[in-house]
Design a protein around this ligand. Sequence first.
Ligand code: ACO
Length: 510
Amino acid sequence: MTKLHSHGSSLPIPSFPHSLIAASPAPPFTITMGRMDRPALCVQCRARPVDPAWRPFCSRRCQVFDQARWGEGAYRVPGRPAAADDTDPSVTDGKQYQVPIIDGTIRATDLKQIKVGDEDVGLATYDPAFMNTAACRSRITYIDGDKGVLLYRGYPIEQLAEESTYLETAYLILFGELPDERQLAEWTHQITMHTMVHENIKKFMEGFTYDAHPMGVFVSTVAALSTFYTDGKQIFDDQARLRQIHRLIAKVPTIAAYAFRHSIGRPYVYPDNELSFTGNFLNMLFKMTELKYQPNPALERALDILFILHADHEQNCSTSAMRSIGSSHVDPFSALAGAAAALYGPLHGGANEAVLRMLKEIESTDNIPAFIKRVKAGDGRLMGFGHRVYKSYDPRAKIIKKAAYEVFEVTGKNPLLDIALELERIALEDEYFVTRKLYPNVDFYSGLIYQAMGFQMDMFPVLFAIARTVGWVAQWEEMLLDSEQKISRPRQIYTGAQPRDYVGMTERRK
Ligand code: ACO
């Protein structure tokens, strides 16, 4: 299906996605407890040895149950490796259990009815890194990783990137619908009126050394906001919650810009309320002695698009951190500092910085084959490639690649672009990357744009954090208002020592 836009552009609207969405209940399915031999090979592709953690699927993440082996409609739930031996008669009793399927999932707590021993508290699931566990219901963002689809509140990311602005998209993400003119004006006014930070924040930031990483400065300063806005604790008061949301979205660019100016030893620049959200951000970053800063419209728009693309991404590492920390009912400033800390890591928001370092290290297109060879041998990763959810081209990467050319028209081409393009070309033809479904992700090209716009590398995760703030607060609020949610508390499989008596110092290591 395609939609014709007012100005005549035709953009695809994906057919409505299929899995893990709220749907009418399916008939319950039956778990048959039965014996399972530890498979030496993946039960799906039979190509690779299964790891010692005894998972029946290979590290290529084969997800199809082997029906032929375990019987129609039956999925063998392995006993817990640390606690039960699969030859134990208590787990081979052939009992059947009815487990309802709702919205393409089973409730993990429904498995508790299955006991593998007399004193057993019931069967649990083991899912390190949450590879196949839905921890919440959400109405905000949908991703179909196989088809490369990303929707905010049902709207395709391609259309939002082309037609919307960051602030309008932020409104959509938070409130569920696109704003009308009056709502957008009021929303923009609220955000604009909250851009200033308390003067003490400036003093606080001056305490950091000149070479402090701006992301470290950002994380700490956002956490410090909780000490300035003590009504942040009133998380179940709708008005107070909205106030903190306004404050967070409005103040994160100011904090980010101060962190940037601090790192280059320039005085902080106050917000200019006559500029757009991104225009003002550029002003606070780059204004020198001119009386009025005028952002370049192409760069202002490119940054706005990048912010739209990063605004939310459902249950990623930092958002899960936001929900998890927020589930303890702490104030949103503290929770958001934790989310930003999660984003700081090189496997998440730090990836575009890692991409640039990698491109610099490769130095020339001649060195690409040797680099790829090293990656395939397990020596490092091709940064900016691969994604937990996208098993095809990340739709955001396509949009960013296009935006990169528009930015380079203003700034001149980033010399690392040729290496990136050639790296992408070679990787997309290489069996290693093809079989593992490793494609460029959002970070492969974003660093090139940011660098061309004049950002130093350590600012990249900070830029990401500004954009993602709306996603974090929207997901935080959704979690708070969800009656099914409680304080986050995963279970564990204990693999440590058996109970034992304390040994005195003189008795040790005899
Ligand atoms: N380069 C080389 N090999 C890779 C890469 C990569 N970038 N990514 C995954 N692989 C390989 C793994 O070695 C593994 O191979 P194996 O089956 O032989 O063991 C297989 O692909 C699966 O990889 P996992 O690490 O199990 O995949 P996972 O879903 O856990 O990781 C991740 C996803 C962290 C994004 C990973 O692809 C990665 O490290 N990419 C590079 C870092 C990056 O670009 N991060 C940004 C992600 S986007 C974001 O956060 C905004």
